[in-house]
Structure formats: C-alpha cells, structure tokens
Design a protein around this ligand. Sequence first.
Ligand SMILES: C[S@@+](CC[C@H](N)C(=O)[O-])C[C@H]1O[C@@H](n2cnc3c(N)ncnc32)[C@H](O)[C@@H]1O
Length: 327
Amino acid sequence: MGSVVATTLRAPIMARSNSTRVSSTKKKVKPKSASRTTKRSRALRTAATSDHHELYELSVQCTEAECDFIERAWKQTGRAALPSSLREDFCGTAIASCAWVRRRKSNIAVGVDLDRSVLKWGEQRHWSTLTTAERARLSIHCEDVLTAKTTPVDVVVAMNFSYFLFKERAKLLAYFKRAFTNVRDGGIFICDAYGGSEAHSEQEEERHLDGFTYVWEQHHYNPVNSTVVNYIHFRFADGTELRRAFAYHWRLWTLVELQEILKEAGFGKTVVWWEGTDKKTGSGNGVFRPTTKGEACTGWVAYLVSEKIAVPSRKPAPKSKARTLSA
Ligand SMILES: C[S@@+](CC[C@H](N)C(=O)[O-])C[C@H]1O[C@@H](n2cnc3c(N)ncnc32)[C@H](O)[C@@H]1O
C-alpha cells in the first residue's frame, strides 16, 4: 500500500490536515495524520518493534478528513441528502471503510483489495473493534478492483493514487469503466492525483512524526513513458530503519489525461478540486475547492470528482389518435 504525496486534508488522500507543501512554490507532501501515538510508544519505537501498516496509517491516512471530503464533494453536486453507501477500492487495511460505517447508522461500506495479508491485518486491527451492528454494514472483498462486482453505491473512492498502478491507457480506462459500473445513477467517483515540477525529481523527503520519521523517496522517474518508482521508508531514533516498507511502480498521469479518460469511461462531468494556500507559509492549507484553474506548484495534490449522471428513462410518447378526415 501506500501513498505518496500527502495532503493533510484528506486523508487520500484527501483532506488531511496539514498539507506539507513546503516552499513558497507550494510543494505538497503526504499529509500528516492526526497523532494517535503516545509518549510511551514514541519512546519505544524501533524498526524491530514497529508495524509498517500502523506507521503507514499514522503517516498518510486521516479517515475523518477523508469522510468529510466525501460528504462535501457529494453536496457540491447539489444533492440534499448525504451519501450512505461507499465502495473503497484499494482499501488496504480498510480503515476508511470502518470510519464510514462508524460515522452514521445508515452508512454501509464495501472494501476491495486483492492482498489477503493486508486485509487480515485490517480485520484484526479495525473490523474487530466495530460493534456488531457496524460490522453488519461492512463487507470486504479480497478481489481485483477490475473484476470485483458489487451492488452500485453512492460513492466509489480510489485514494492515495492507488490507480496510478495502471500504466497503460487501456487498463486505466477499463478501471474507470468498472468504477462507473459500480457507482449508482446519480452517484460519484472520487480519486486523487499528484503532480508539480518536483513530482518528476528523484528526491527524498522526510516528515518527523511521533516517534518515527516518514520518508517519501521518489527513486526513479522515466520521462519517456512518465513512469515512476517510489518508496516509503520509516526511520527511528535508534538509527534503525524499515527500508522500502512500501514500493510503488506507477505512471504519473496528468489531470487532463485523467479527465479525458473518465469522460470516455462514461462519467458525465468531472470536477477538479484544488487545494488552497496558507497565506503565512505558502503551503497548502488542506482546504480543497472545485476549480478550473490550478497553480504551477512544485508539488500538488488534487481530487477528481466524477458524476454518473442519471439518464432519464424515456417513456414512449403517447400514441396520437389518427385524425380522420371527413369528407
Ligand atoms: C496505496 S495502498 C492504498 C491504501 C489506502 N486505501 C490508502 O488510501 O492509503 C494500495 C492498495 O491497493 C491494493 N491493490 C493493488 N492492486 C490492486 C488491484 N488490482 N485490485 C485490488 N487491490 C489492489 C494493494 O494491495 C494495496 O493494499
């Protein structure tokens, strides 16, 4: 699993709270999640005592912010009622799906991931802590997102750039078509993307969190086909390291390519949500808004919200009575 750049506002990758854009040119790095560690755990953390899934969640996921963003994006489409059904593609530990079913009694969530080991971890860590009623509103599928068939939902999400693993246009189109099928009429599909001049640089960035350091390494970029190899490492105060805890072999898709492919997949409308700027720091402020114009940041994270516009069913026109001409 893993994500790359982080936004603090979301948490997929959407609203996490502190976006770490770090320069006046607005660089965004993976968002910091709310601190969930204690002083005790801080003191004890070493590579040997740490769990890479736990550190991943602490570094780049903020499910409260992610759920907030889903509801904001939904409201922006003009619907009065809140969404209730969610499908989380590439769900990993399914922490977001669990947060969704906890959020409201009417919420249901479906998580899809093909890695049985991460799902098992999520079961032990998260699903087992749900109440019986919450657990009954969560279903997890150990399947490929390209083939997993589930009942159409209000919202499908693919966060932390997970779909960047589809490097060929035809593959990405197939995935977006599948997402289109999995969204009900009038529903939305949300995914995130990152970019900016530094997205093409081979570089390493550190973020110091509670008791460990999150390291985002852009190891390799190939300008010929726009593919990248990125790693997440975790470092500890005692000098130990969980090296290459997560590896990502991706294609860096541009927002315009994504919008075109989403349209081809059937989505009637896609809106890009761009992060605002903190006036004091020049960094991202964690607040995303719909826009048609971004800025030339060195690093940015954005959301794409695509609507499956319901086509009104056409009732056959009533047969008009044939006029008889009287002589
Ligand atoms: C970057 S993690 C995403 C974790 C989490 N959802 C997040 O937002 O940070 C990507 C996840 O996608 C899963 N995955 C990769 N290819 C997949 C596929 N074709 N179908 C389903 N899951 C897949 C991996 O097992 C991994 O858990």
